[in-house]
Design a protein around this ligand. Structure first.
Ligand code: UD1
Ligand code: MG
Length: 447
């Protein structure tokens, strides 16, 4: 059957309008509530400034509240076509004929449930500083409702095998339960990876903003545009023509109604997130008047996991996390205790020059052979600078974060310059992600 040329407009307009409202509400509420947060002892010192004024922290709670309330307000609009059809049925037949799409409601409700758990966890972490081993499993549990919905939809658990390996495994391997494990780990990754790439003004918020914009751009590719715009991807290196108006033309691999619905869902969740993050960035930008706290990192991270799982594009989603993946892999020796990990790994601020320098972790005892080898490799790759003593061996290393990698390679710089470097890297990562997803996928996969 032919599809509607456009998404149900009331829903789309509502999503757009509510996102603008979310933006304005955040811009207004963050400074208005800052005092109250300081009174409740929710504040932090800006580690990279000369002044000591308390900066309200955990304002991510305001962002999360606005975001979730706006999403809840949106739910009836997502079903506007159902209401319209029911109305028509009733006026024609005097009764309601069509069945209510409970499945779709389950998608929305389970998503909001996961976001609420993430908000609660993030806020508890801000208040109590939860230990790593305690907070890691919580996002995993928070995804269970999402996974059940995925199961109910008979979501795919196949992995497409890259062409060179097909003689061993065939084209498709069904990894079954492992795929569910992977999806639940995705939520732990997306929530924590933004949190450990933090500590300079605007860093957490801008990461979330760029990832959300990238997801939106990706969703737009799947919508049935009225003019059936076509992007000839073979010109970019791909061997298929990617049809932006996919849903319109029958017979294309892209373009089932389900696919459009899923990407609309993702769009509806990402638009208000952009609104909230953009509004908050205004106050979090250098010099920050408010800190996001772990709450913002958790809720944005969970929002990405939600759309990745519910709209079935978790692998594409991971491509938008390239800087976070790099930062996580680099951090592993510190996260898993091979290299000492100070409470704060943010760059070091020099009061004289006003510039940021790489911060260091000092070895209290001789590092293990494994740690030494890893650090030497990192040094060869220009990820760290090591302090060595001829007799006793390794003395210190720069902290294993992407922010320090920038400072080691580009030299000391001001805080707002560093956040701009981070933003450019995140944006470049997204460009690369699109190139890999739509340009190079044919190298490994056909179609
Ligand atoms: C994570 C990082 C830690 C980093 C911290 C900074 C790991 C394993 N943990 O810890 O290395 O130092 O985030 O957020 O990588 N702050 C600023 N400027 C900012 C944002 C935060 O100075 O722009 C400071 C403030 O003092 C604020 C504190 O960082 O109070 C918040 O730290 P918190 O989010 O509690 O740290 P973690 O997430 O545990
Ligand atoms: Mg944090």
């Amino acid at each position: 059957p032919l599809l509607d040329p456009l998404p149900p407009l009331p829903a789309f307009h509502a999503a757009l309008g509510l996102s603008i409202y979310a933006f304005l509400a955040t811009i207004y509420l963050v400074p208005a509530l800052g005092e109250a947060f300081i009174k409740a002892r929710l504040f932090g010192r800006d580690l990279l400034k000369t002044y000591d004024t308390p900066i309200p922290e955990s304002l991510g709670l305001v962002c999360a509240s606005v975001y979730i309330l706006v999403l809840i307000l949106f739910i009836p609009f997502a079903f506007s076509d159902v209401f319209l059809n029911d109305y028509e049925d009733r006026s024609k037949h005097g009764l309601v004929v069509a069945e209510f799409p409970h499945q779709k409601l389950a998608v929305y409700l389970s998503s909001i449930l996961s976001l609420l758990i993430a908000t609660m966890l993030g806020f508890l972490d801000d208040v109590f500083d939860i230990r790593w081993r305690h907070k890691l499993p919580i996002p995993i549990i928070a995804t269970i409702p999402l996974l059940l919905v995925y199961y109910a939809e008979r979501g795919n658990t196949n992995v497409v095998v890259p062409i060179p390996l097909r003689m061993f495994f065939g084209t498709l391997v069904n990894v079954g339960p492992l795929y569910y494990l992977y999806m639940s780990l995705l939520s732990t990754f997306s929530t924590n990876s933004i949190n450990i790439l933090a500590g300079i003004n605007g860093s957490e918020t801008s990461q979330a903003l760029i990832i959300a914009l990238s997801v939106i751009l990706n969703d737009l590719l799947y919508l049935p545009w009225p003019f059936g715009v076509r992007i000839p991807l073979h010109l970019l290196g791909g061997h298929t023509e990617f049809n932006v108006g996919g849903a319109w033309s029958a017979g294309m691999a892209y373009g089932s109604r389900e696919l459009v619905e899923r990407h609309l869902f993702s769009l509806y969740f990402m638009l208000p997130l952009v609104g909230v993050c953009a509004g908050f960035l205004y106050h979090n930008w250098y010099p920050a008047r408010a800190f996001p706290g772990d709450t913002l990192c958790y809720v944005t991270g969970m929002a990405f996991a939600v759309v990745g799982i519910q709209a079935h594009f978790s692998k594409t989603l991971l491509l938008f996390f390239l800087p976070q993946i790099f930062n996580f892999v680099l951090s592993c020796p510190q996260l898993f205790g091979l290299v000492p990990c100070p409470r704060h790994r943010v760059p070091r601020f020099d009061k004289e020059t006003g510039l940021l320098y790489p911060s260091k972790a000092v070895f209290k005892k001789r590092p293990s052979t494994v740690a030494t080898v890893i650090l030497k490799v990192f040094e060869g790759l220009r990820f760290v600078k090591l302090g060595v003593n001829a007799e006793t061996g390794l003395l210190e290393t720069t902290n294993l974060t992407i922010l320090n990698v920038f400072l080691v390679n580009l030299g000391p710089m001001k805080e707002d310059s560093l956040v701009k470097v981070l933003i450019s890297t995140q944006a470049a990562g997204s460009v690369l992600a699109f190139a890999v997803r739509y340009g190079l996928a044919w190298l490994l996969y056909d179609g």
